[in-house]
Design a protein around this ligand. Structure first.
Ligand code: UGA
Length: 443
């Protein structure tokens, strides 16, 4: 099957590569000529485990190609996936200018039937706007051509994108057209071992499903963070509470880890966008607003704990920071809790000595060279000469630690653990002051 993918960002590149890998002919198009040139040279612009060899193998097999030519891209695939960015507007709603620009491009260049597939995370009603844009562009050209628009939201997690694409819980397609159903079935056939995995919904239901899924997961996290904060004040251990409630299958163990707040390109943006969509239809989404504000507050708890440990005086202190990425196995720092912490530390006059296995380049890109940010080559160097240690990301390599050794390195024996990596008793036995999330010690 011939497939065109607009946008070679995270979603576009993973989708294109995985579809090529099962034998489809895929052409990826992007307006960024530099990015396309780098991809053609085999350079992958994002860090995603397993993606690079898969891109290379499919390019070599001739099934995955890249272009900047919109006319060739529209001519190529019967399926035209839109996987371009939807950055948040000033008011939190998703900005559709790139999505609608692609719709116009398709309308301008198409010469036969096309199915336009909305893959980007877009607000409810976007498929209608895409349809109108294509129809208007065709009318301006005086062309009477048939086309369909469907919604096919993406449920990839960064760091596990290939696994999620190939073994996802479901594939959602929003369409009422039998013709589209048949084509989308053909597209995803290699991935469907269980027929019920491919779900056809109404277009608006499919669009809302994407936001509802992310908002539900974000709600679970904010809920657990709230319980953790409460546990701290009540002298209860949230880890025991987590095990206790997760054992109920109606609640489940997934996404109930308390921490220093959720980050990334999806949860923060999608929760805000859904609240904005609600406001647009005159509905006050109180729960969504609370999920967001609990998360903002949670991101600030790392700094609050440090500030209290140092009696409010962090000026001139050096804080070791392990983990910059918003989660392990990615170099992504969008809305990462580490950023809230670092910015608060700098405001308070402290220095940050940070290490992350993947995100140091990204950190430098975001903050540039500055005296109060030192990026070091490993976690050991990060604690050398530091006053205290904060852990922001649960990278595997941070999970074992010689507490007695750490005690010798730090000027003040303070460890703030935003990911509950260790047993408090073991850390305290080494003489460290250990402040995890919801594990008994409220500062
Ligand atoms: C999320 C969803 O999990 C995907 O299903 C969805 O497709 C994707 O957004 C998207 O909309 O594109 P992602 O943002 O890559 O994926 O990352 P997650 O693994 O979901 O983690 C999000 C944040 O929640 C991280 O900061 C993580 O540390 C935090 N988290 C997660 C917790 O604090 N506690 C948990 O129990 C789980």
């Amino acid at each position: 099957m011939k497939i065109t993918i607009f946008g070679t960002g995270y979603v576009g590149l993973v989708t294109g590569t995985c579809l090529a890998d099962v034998g489809h002919d895929v052409l990826c198009v992007d307006v960024d000529a530099d990015k396309i040139a780098r991809l053609e040279a085999g350079e992958i612009p994002i860090f995603e485990p397993g993606l690079e060899p898969m891109v290379k193998a499919n390019m070599e097999a001739g099934r995955l190609r890249f272009t900047t030519d919109p006319e060739a891209a529209v001519a190529f695939g019967t399926l035209q996936f839109i996987a371009v960015g939807t950055p948040p507007d000033e008011d939190g709603s998703a900005d559709l200018k790139y999505v609608l620009a692609v719709a116009e491009t398709i309308g301008r260049h198409m010469s036969e039937y096309k199915v336009i597939v909305d893959k980007s995370t877009v607000p409810v009603g976007t498929a209608d706007r895409v349809r109108d844009t294509v129809a208007n562009t065709l009318e301006d050209r005086g062309a009477a051509l048939d086309f369909d628009v469907c919604s096919n939201p993406e449920f990839l997690k960064e760091g596990a994108a290939i696994e999620d694409f190939t073994h996802g819980a479901r594939i959602i397609v929003g369409t009422e057209s039998e013709r589209v159903m048949a084509l989308m079935r053909e597209c995803y056939a290699p991935y469907i071992r269980q027929q019920e995995k491919l779900m056809f919904l109404d277009v608006r239901a499919a669009e809302l499903t994407k936001y509802a899924a992310n908002a539900m997961l974000a709600t679970k996290i904010s809920f657990m963070n709230e319980i953790a904060n409460l546990a701290e004040r009540l002298g209860a251990d949230v880890e025991q509470v987590r095990r206790g409630i997760g054992s109920d299958p109606r609640i489940g163990y997934q996404f109930i880890y308390p921490g220093c707040g959720y980050g990334g390109s999806c949860f923060p943006k999608d929760v805000q966008a859904l609240a904005r969509t609600a406001a647009d239809v005159d509905y006050r989404a109180e729960l969504l607003t609370a999920v967001e504000s609990v998360n903002q507050r949670q991101k600030r708890t790392l700094f609050a704990k440090l500030a209290q440990a140092f009696d409010g005086d962090l000026a001139g202190k050096t804080i070791a920071l392990w983990g910059l990425a918003f989660k392990p196995n990615t170099d992504d720092m969008r809305d990462a809790p580490s950023r809230t912490l670092m910015e608060a530390l700098w405001d308070a006059g402290a220095r940050v000595q940070a290490y992350d296995p993947e995100a140091m380049k990204e950190c430098r890109r975001l903050y540039g060279e500055r005296d109060d940010l030192v990026l070091v080559g490993d976690r050991i160097q990060a604690v050398k000469g530091a006053d205290a240690l904060v852990i922001c990301t649960e990278w595997k390599e941070f999970r074992t630690l010689d507490f007695a050794w750490l005690k010798q390195q730090l000027a003040m024996p303070v460890v703030v653990d935003g990911r509950n990596l260790f047993e408090p008793e073991a850390v305290k036995a080494a003489g460290l002051l250990y402040f995890a999330v919801g594990r008994g010690d409220s500062l």
